[in-house]
Design a protein around this ligand. Structure first.
Ligand code: 0PR
Length: 437
């Protein structure tokens, strides 16, 4: 086939009558892959190249479907073990009691946590229809969700239900608010971009379904004061979900463990946590974990969330998605077992070393980066327009991908394991050149 024709075929979105050979397919794949960005210059991503062990395990379980657990008993056992390992990392007093499963990532885990919060809020009454926040809501008789708001004794039926989140909450919570018709109440931050407990408490009222805390916020990597949030959650008898999508595989592995950087199920108010193996966990995409403290925290919601699955090998399903990749379970199991605590500690130490290197280099060119909590660094380079302009030049002229933060106007770099000090040095030289010209 001539080259021009072949290039044309690459962008022809049609199903051909006759298939093409494996050789041709892989030649196409190579071209598509070459169009993707090489990770070497990516400092905007919280993902990295998965560990080879994870890739191998992923391949071995490529057909396994966690949505039909009776067919994949072995893969289910691995999932149970991953949940227990994660619960151990999160200081669970009895890790075998933790409930949870793998998801496609932080967004899905957060959706599930809030889905349970909303179901719990309505208590255990089943009513057929209700009018809530101006909308007619009909009960799904199968799941029993969306029951009358009056099931919660103090709820004001003319007001939207709300969820209290830190102002740094990931945008997945915007989607969740839309999906569940919730008002997001954003708590103020302290000077280090951590939620202020008194602001969180001031946002709570009788229509609050739960509180969100973050361990490793997307923009700065900071951790909210989870101990204080735990006390507030207990005082108001509300569920507290910790979004540790990024920090879940970072904070537990910091060499220096102190009161400010610890969180987990040892804090009595914490009811659920999300943490993503596909970010700092070195697993494949898609791999998230949602953990609930134990079945008792699901007592008021599980019956509403679960649906009958009459023709499967299980009687009920309470996960958000149906078919779920067993390959991600195997990959996560393999890499967690292979690296062990020591392997992850070394990885975190390596990323922190890279972060410190960049921090010092930026100071070296007279910038003032924010002191990083973990391996996310922000640095101010001017106003909004100037920052956007510099970010664009970094990408267009030098191929660097960095992000911009909104809670403060700054450039943001995530120092993932794929970076090297040599690349960081080059990045700083390029940034310096842009700033001086
Ligand atoms: N919670 C927090 C704290 C997060 O930082 C993220 C993702 C999520 C939840 C949602 O996780 P999923 O994207 O797995 O559903 N934070 C990254 C971000 O928005 C996700 C990301 C990763 C984006 C790699 C780009 C990328 O190249 O920046």
């Amino acid at each position: 086939m001539n080259q021009i024709y072949k290039y044309f075929i690459l962008f022809l979105p049609v199903m051909q009558e006759k298939g093409i050979s494996e050789e041709e397919i892989f030649s196409d794949l190579e071209k598509f892959s070459a169009m993707d960005t090489n990770f070497k210059k990516v400092m905007s991503s919280m993902c990295t190249i998965p560990h080879p062990i994870a890739v191998k395990a992923h391949q071995l379980f490529i057909h396994a479907n966690m949505g039909d657990p009776g067919l994949f008993v072995g893969t289910c056992e691995m999932e149970k073990q991953v949940v227990e390992m994660a619960a151990t990392l999160l200081k669970h007093p009895n890790p075998a009691e933790a409930a949870g499963h793998l998801t496609s990532g932080g967004t899905e885990s957060n959706i599930e946590a809030v889905y349970h919060m909303k179901a719990r809020f309505f208590g255990d009454k089943d009513e057929d229809t209700c009018t809530y926040a101006g909308a007619d809501v009909t009960t799904n008789t199968n799941t029993g969700t969306n029951v009358n708001a009056s099931a919660n004794a103090n709820a004001n039926p003319n007001v939207k239900l709300n969820l209290v989140v830190p102002a740094t909450a990931h945008f997945s919570f915007e989607k969740i608010a839309n999906m569940f018709n919730l008002q997001l109440r954003k708590a103020d931050l302290d000077s280090s971009y951590r939620a202020l407990p008194r602001s969180v408490e001031s946002k709570i009222d009788e229509n609050t379904i739960g509180i969100i805390g973050i361990a490793g916020n997307t923009e700065f990597g900071e951790m909210d004061p989870i101990g204080a949030l735990s006390e507030i959650a207990q005082k108001h008898n509300l569920p507290l979900h910790i979004d540790a999508a990024f920090g879940g595989f970072v904070y537990p592995f910091l060499k220096d463990q102190n009161e400010l950087n610890q969180f987990g199920f040892n804090l009595p108010g914490v009811t659920s946590v999300s943490m993503d193996p596909h970010k700092m966990g070195f697993s494949v995409i898609p791999a998230g974990i949602i953990l609930f403290k134990d079945n008792s925290v699901l007592d008021d919601s599980l019956d509403k969330v679960k649906v009958k699955t009459p023709y499967l090998t299980s009687k009920y399903q309470s996960t958000l998605t149906g078919t779920r990749p067993g390959s991600a379970v195997a990959a996560t199991y393999a890499v967690m077992k292979h690296l062990g605590r020591e392997g992850y500690e070394n990885n975190v130490a390596h990323c922190l070393d890279l972060t410190e290197h960049l921090f010092k280099k930026l100071i070296g060119i007279k910038l003032k980066p924010k002191y990083p909590a973990i391996n996310i660094l922000t640095v101010e380079v001017g106003g909004v327009q100037q920052t956007t302009h510099i970010r664009r030049l970094l990408r267009e002229d030098y191929g660097w991908y960095v992000s911009e933060t909104k809670n403060k106007v700054a450039l943001r770099m995530v120092l993932m394991p794929h970076m090297t000090k040599e690349e960081i040095d080059q990045f700083v030289l390029d940034l310096k050149y842009i700033l001086e010209n």
